[in-house]
Write a protein that binds this ligand. Structure first.
Ligand code: ATP
Length: 759
């Protein structure tokens, strides 16, 4: 055995023994939590007050959460070690997914987010800090399979250790892995520029701008975990919101955060930000632009005002044995007084209704020729309000409105639109028109949110319901006490506590729902103020969408992740300042990511040429590796695009099968997608959330955003180029989805910018 091999074997043996001890510690802690959980559950079987039940549920949740956290770190518990120089104390620290201490509180494993772990990510050959060595540990299950060393100070190491150095760069090893359709965490190989993003402070708006594959998404998710760890008290109560472009994307990244041990996070696509609506449909380009335009603020405000009507003449209200009349003057006065409150529509409505009920009470007294007495003034309004014709007449003048009703009625009625949107052109109004029962689009959601702000909710009914629920609970408790007395189970004089108490029995009969965590409560509450908001693919958000997002985070503690070179939505951002300045007065900071970890250099060279054409002011990121294979373009005979795509797909799938598997995407021009779906029955369409579990997926460029595949066939590049004013950006996105090999299939001509690929 060569000396270096012996040294490696010795290093592996030493690391194995340390890692084994770490897993033993993990097992011990997990067993303790399991025991604690069963004790809590056992105690819970004996009833108790509702307060005690809630506390027990919270404790059980905490123990279950710890167990889940320990289970979540089973794979790759420890992945690194740092050795400090003698002059810095010479200590070694092991770095892992969570922190572990022994029973005397001595640290055994440092959480990757802790300050002591920072040198593992920040040290570089030119700026090693106090490190002499960084070691990556490769593990499979609980077995250490290899180590990778980077030595920053050979002189600072003992001769025997120098011989034990092993070479494979951990990062490249990680990047060579095939794609699974799920993003994985990269805690073991976070790069220095990403580390700066992850550990940037909580305050203010941080923009992370970077080209395709630079790890923006992955860095943003690790940042969420880091922030929750570092600012636990602030963030666990308010939660963190992560907004991504669509269901498939969220499916793709969904596993990363739990595996980092964080659950106080709400992941949602933009179309899901308004509780109760889950919009997935996209608008046409024209409608998207108008709906995203800030002028829609005034349009929605006018639509609300238009619902606060003045009648053309007196309003007659026929009651059973009399007829009442409201004068236009009384209506105008009530409306002016209600509007002067500057309160939301549904809240101000209460004042309007009350004023008119009083007017009606006076009118009734006048008709009967009698003076108003105290009694009538006190009870008259409620009595009139109980009469359906009165209600109908007042509702017609100032109706209670939900955001859904307001926006649906506005967008499906040309007259309402004309009245509310005189500042839009005829064409723009025509673009907004939709059928009354059309599904909500992603672009509608910010309009609903805007409407909700202006309409507000009259919560009197909600409060009345809460009072009724409390009364019902007391009633149940009284009843339960009686039941216990009858069956002889109530607390006797000297017989110790009863096995069941009345409150517990009552609670079982009331549907109080489960105790909900921060994330669940936040997701259901439109007005929830999050502790931090992360927006991925943020270049796609319109000005109206930004308004909606900003409402969720009044503190403006945000991470905005994206690439203005990839903007596909015609209502999206041309620059970050355009979208963010109105909310931050220019006070946002930017970090740039410059290295592409996904796309091989051969493919990125081509992408860079496309970028130079569509956004010459931006530069494409540098790829970290080469694949040794240039992208290939295949020309299809006229009318045979689908057939050539099928052929390319078959070749790629056969190749992948030979190499042990992998995933293939067909990224197609919008105009080609339907025909390709027919030609490729085995491909799962990209709008399905489970699309990424399939080895073959068919996607539009919009659906492919943020995703990656081992191989891609880009179908009809000229169609992509010309499908929208942002077609060039779309092409850039389409060709940067691959980690290995790219094929383009075209009919007729390639777009000029790809001309060099033509055979
Ligand atoms: N430090 C790292 N170690 C290992 N893999 C990494 C690292 N950084 C990024 N990657 C990998 O590179 C790929 C691209 O990362 P990611 O999807 O976050 O990029 P992106 O900048 O969001 O791309 P896009 O703009 O195309 O959406 C992913 O597979 C990710 O796991």
């Amino acid at each position: 055995m060569k000396a270096s091999q012996a040294a490696l074997a010795e290093a592996l043996r030493a690391e194995q023994s340390y890692v084994t001890a770490l897993y033993e510690r993990l097992d011990t802690l997990r067993e303790r939590e399991e025991e604690a959980l069963s004790t809590v559950l056992r105690d819970g079987a004996h009833g108790g007050t509702r307060q005690a039940l809630v506390e027990r549920e919270v404790r059980a949740d905490e123990h279950a959460g710890s167990i889940a956290r320990f289970n979540g770190v089973e794979g790759g518990l420890c992945f690194g070690r740092i050795d400090h120089a003698d002059h810095a104390g010479g200590a070694s620290h092991y770095i892992g997914r969570i922190g572990l201490r022994d029973d005397t509180h001595e640290p055994l494993l440092i959480d990757w987010r802790a300050p002591a772990a920072r040198p593992f990510y920040a040290a570089s050959p030119t700026a090693p800090g106090t490190l002499v060595r960084r070691r990556h540990l490769h593990t499979r299950g609980r077995r250490v399979t290899g180590v990778d060393d980077e030595v920053f100070d050979l002189d600072g190491m003992a001769e025997s250790e120098r011989r034990g150095l092993v070479g494979e760069a951990a990062l490249l090893a990680a990047l060579r892995r095939g794609r699974t359709g799920r993003m994985t965490d990269v805690v073991a190989t976070i790069q220095t520029e990403q580390d700066r993003v992850i550990r940037s402070g909580l305050q203010g708006v941080l923009v992370v701008q970077g080209g395709p594959g630079t790890g923006k998404t992955v860095a943003a998710l690790h940042r969420a975990a880091y922030l929750l760890y570092t600012y636990r008290d602030t963030l666990a109560r308010r939660g963190v919101l992560v907004i991504g472009p669509g269901a498939a994307f969220l499916h793709y990244i969904g596993q990363v955060l739990p595996s980092l041990g964080e659950t106080d996070v709400v992941l949602t696509p933009l179309g899901g930000l308004f509780p109760g609506v889950s919009a997935t449909a996209e608008d046409g380009a024209r409608a998207a632009v108008v709906k995203g335009d800030p002028r829609m603020v005034e349009v929605i405000a006018a639509a609300v005002r238009d619902r606060q009507l003045l009648p053309a003449g007196p309003v007659d209200i026929p009651l059973e044995d009399e007829a009442l009349r409201l004068s236009p003057r009384a209506c105008a006065r009530a409306r002016d007084r209600a509007q002067a409150l500057h309160a939301p529509h549904n809240v101000a409505r209460k004042r309007f209704v009350l004023d008119l009920l009083h007017a009606l009470v006076r009118e009734r007294a006048r008709q009967h020729g009698r003076p108003l007495d105290e009694e009538e003034l006190r009870h008259g309004p409620a009595e009139l309000w109980a009469q359906p014709p009165v209600r109908a007449a007042l509702d017609a003048l100032w109706p209670p409105l939900t955001p859904l009703r307001l926006v649906a009625e506005l967008l499906s009625d040309p007259d309402r639109l004309r009245s509310a949107a005189p500042l839009l052109t005829d064409d723009e109004r025509a673009a907004l028109l939709r059928a009354p029962d059309a599904p909500w689009t992603v672009g509608d959601v910010p309009l609903l949110d805007e409407a909700a702000e202006l309409l507000g909710t009259d919560d009197s009914a909600e409060r009345a319901r809460a009072r009724a629920a409390e009364e019902e609970r007391r009633e149940e408790e009284r009843y339960a006490r009686e039941v216990l007395q009858i069956v002889g189970l109530d607390e006797g004089e000297d017989e110790g506590p009863a096995p069941v108490d009345a409150a517990a029995l009552a609670a079982r009969h009331l549907d109080t729902g489960p105790v909900r965590g921060t994330a669940q409560r936040a997701a259901a509450d439109r007005s929830w103020a999050y502790g931090h908001v992360i927006v991925d693919e943020a270049q796609e958000l319109s000005a109206m969408a930004w308004r909606m997002v900003m409402r969720r985070v009044p503190t403006r503690s945000m991470t905005v992740v994206g690439d203005v070179a990839q903007t596909g939505s015609p209502a999206g951002a041309a620059s970050w300042g355009q979208m963010l300045d109105p909310y931050t007065r220019g006070g946002w900071r930017e970090e740039r990511l410059t290295v592409n970890y996904r796309t091989p250099a051969e493919v990125m060279d081509l992408a860079a040429e496309v970028l130079a054409e569509v956004a010459p002011e931006l530069s494409a990121p540098e790829s970290v590796r080469r694949e040794g294979r240039r992208p290939v373009a295949v020309r299809a005979p006229r009318g045979r695009l689908a057939r050539e795509v099928v052929r390319a797909v078959e070749t790629d799938l056969a190749d992948l099968a030979e190499q042990g598997g992998g995933r293939l995407a067909v990224v197609a021009a919008d105009r080609a997608v339907d025909a390709l779906a027919r030609a490729l029955p085995g491909a799962v369409r990209g709008d399905r959330p489970d699309a990424l579990d399939s080895p073959l997926v068919l996607l539009t460029v919009a659906q492919a955003k943020g995703l990656e595949f081992d191989r891609a066939v880009v179908a009809d590049p000229a169609g992509i180029w010309s499908q929208s004013p942002k077609g060039g950006h779309d092409l850039y996105v389409a060709i940067t989805r691959v980690t290995r090999r790219l094929t383009l299939v075209y009919e007729g001509e390639l777009p000029e910018v790809l001309g060099r690929l033509a055979p």
